[in-house]
Write a protein that binds this ligand. Structure first.
Ligand code: 1GP
Length: 232
């Protein structure tokens, strides 16, 4: 599958642990979104991940696995996103999990399919915030420092501002944009309607829409056009 992440403006993130009917999945995959990210934090298994991949594969949309569990790495995705949680305070989520994965899979990895995401978790009460014991809240000055860490120091392809479950402050996305030169800025978290999608799309390169798919599908689908018709 052709995959040019540099052009992605909108992506849906689907959680293998959540049920989605065929008709809803079709609407999501045919919505005009640029890609589907398969990812979640809890109860992610090989079985539910391969099941979702095979269902998304009926459609001509790129499909990426965001790895959260070394035991649920499924071959056959177009690419693999590996989060590195920059504000995690639990060392397991800084590099221990990555080293464990590399011990097991290191020789088999196709590195041109792998993109490391420098994550900043903004919602300390989200599943990922609790798991990684992320240091929150994040101020504008801090987000700029994390953005420079990801972009200039670590030279990561993606700087991901993650507010999963709550809508973050667009000013933080704007602040990050001022200092990032090369990383793509992804924002995900709490986008529930067109207005929020537009507000974020003004500052983020790529807008990630997750949970609302499972709660208000029509609103979720409306975010695609909202993002694509907004100029950054
Ligand atoms: C989660 O960034 C995504 O990783 C999207 O968050 O589910 O709140 O839209 P929501």
């Amino acid at each position: 599958m052709e995959m040019d992440m540099e052009k992605w403006r909108h992506v849906f993130k689907l959680d293998p642990d959540k049920a989605i009917e065929d008709a809803a999945l079709e609407a999501v995959c045919e919505s005009g979104t640029d890609a589907i990210i398969v990812g979640g934090t809890t109860n992610i298994t090989f079985d539910n991940t391969i099941d979702l991949l095979s269902r998304v594969r009926r459609y001509a949309v790129p499909c990426v696995l965001e790895i959260s569990n070394v035991d649920a790495i499924v071959p056959g995705f177009d690419a693999y996103f590996i989060p590195l949680v920059l504000n995690a305070q639990n060392p397991d989520w800084i590099f221990n999990a990555h080293v464990k994965g590399l011990e097991e899979y290191g020789p088999f990895i196709k590195w041109d399919e792998v993109f490391v995401e420098g994550y900043v978790v903004g919602n300390g009460d989200s599943a990922v915030g609790r798991l990684t014991e992320s240091r929150t809240p994040v101020s504008e000055e801090e987000i700029k420092a994390y953005a420079r860490l990801a972009d200039q120091m670590l030279k990561l392809p993606i700087f991901y501002i993650e507010y999963s479950g709550t809508y973050g402050d667009p000013k933080l996305v704007q602040a990050a944009g001022k200092v990032v030169h090369n990383s793509r800025i992804f924002y995900g978290g709490g986008i529930r309607n067109r207005e929020q999608a537009v507000e974020i799309a003004r500052w983020a390169d790529t807008v990630v829409v997750g949970n609302v798919v499972y709660e208000e599908l029509a609103q979720a689908l409306a975010t695609v056009d909202a993002v694509k018709s907004t100029k950054k």
